[in-house]
Design a protein around this ligand. Structure first.
Ligand SMILES: *[C@@H]1O[C@H](CO)[C@@H](O)[C@H](O)[C@H]1NC(C)=O
Ligand SMILES: *[C@@H]1O[C@H](CO)[C@@H](O)[C@H](O)[C@H]1NC(C)=O
Ligand SMILES: *[C@@H]1O[C@H](CO)[C@@H](O)[C@H](O)[C@H]1NC(C)=O
Ligand SMILES: *[C@@H]1O[C@H](CO)[C@@H](O)[C@H](O)[C@H]1NC(C)=O
Ligand SMILES: *[C@@H]1O[C@H](CO)[C@@H](O)[C@H](O)[C@H]1NC(C)=O
Ligand SMILES: *[C@@H]1O[C@H](CO)[C@@H](O)[C@H](O)[C@H]1NC(C)=O
Length: 223
């Protein structure tokens, strides 16, 4: 009996250890922040602080084109909630996310810039991190201020904390646009945006920039 208990204990310990090793191995590439000069490649992931979201490159098997995206960690459907370069795909899996010496967050491939994700943000202590809300932010670490955030550049998904609509002061316009099809993140036919309709702002669904009859008619008040 005693030896059986010992055996089971040993078995559990072995399972626990091997699980831990597997976890450690798969976590080798995990990163939680990036500074100028750092690079993120296809086999690495940027994890949010609490591990809820991942940012990384994903490939479309049909075309081998790849994109930088954000998704819920462990989502079995693998739904991409944000895509950085939806209209400028990387043609193979050699994309790198980096912050260059001038403070530009960009994707490069084969030494060439594919797309600048954010404008140059010159600050002594620039840091990129993925918040546990799914917001990819560029921050001035010493001032603790956010200089750029993915939540201001929605793709087709609205997460808690994101805005949809229009700020009359800053003229900032947050809209959602569907994927072209289930394989292609490129901007598709449908846009959800705040439009000025008959002297009022309404949240409207547009198809190819035109109002459809089934538009959504919520009236919103603007601050
Ligand atoms: C990605 O970067 C890591 C760390 O620098 C490296 O170990 C790995 O081989 C790289 N993977 C690819 C596909 O380049
Ligand atoms: C994608 O890449 C694989 C492996 O390199 C290759 O065999 C395949 O032909 C490529 N597919 C397309 C559509 O380019
Ligand atoms: C991937 O594409 C880039 C840019 O088009 C090119 O420079 C690079 O050689 C390609 N890499 C591979 C592995 O095909
Ligand atoms: C930085 O700002 C965030 C959000 O405003 C806050 O939650 C956090 O405590 C601040 N951190 C420091 C070190 O001041
Ligand atoms: C916001 O952008 C959308 C899509 O480009 C546009 O149709 C809409 O008119 C803009 N909203 C405002 C209030 O300017
Ligand atoms: C619009 O932007 C201004 C300036 O950033 C801000 O003070 C205001 O609260 C914003 N309005 C809304 C409705 O978010």
């Amino acid at each position: 009996m005693n030896s059986l208990a010992n055996y089971i204990f040993f078995l559990i310990l072995t399972l626990f250890c091997s699980r831990k090793c597997v976890i450690n191995l798969s976590c080798v590439a995990a990163i939680t922040s990036m500074k100028p000069g750092d690079e993120l490649n296809h086999s690495q992931l940027l994890e949010s602080e609490g591990g809820k979201f991942n940012l990384g490159f994903f490939s479309i098997p049909k075309t081998n084109e790849s994109y930088l995206g954000i998704w819920y960690a462990g989502d079995p459907r693998d739904k991409k909630l944000w895509v950085a370069n939806r209209n400028t795909p990387i043609l193979n899996n050699s994309g790198l996310l980096t912050i260059d010496s001038t403070g530009i967050l960009k994707i490069t491939s084969g030494g060439k810039t594919v797309v600048n994700i954010a404008p140059p943000l010159l600050t002594g202590s620039l840091i990129a991190r993925l918040e546990d809300s799914g917001n990819f932010v560029l921050q001035d670490e010493t001032r603790n201020s956010t200089l750029w955030q993915s939540f201001d550049h929605p793709t087709d998904s609205l997460l808690p904390g994101m805005k949809l609509g229009y700020n009359l002061t800053t003229k900032q316009n947050w809209t959602l646009t569907s994927w072209l099809n289930i394989y292609t993140p490129a901007s598709g036919a449908f846009t959800l945006s705040l439009e000025s309709v008959q002297d009022a702002f309404q949240l409207v669904m547009l198809k190819f920039g035109k109002m459809s009859k089934s538009h959504i008619g919520w009236e919103l008040s603007l601050g």
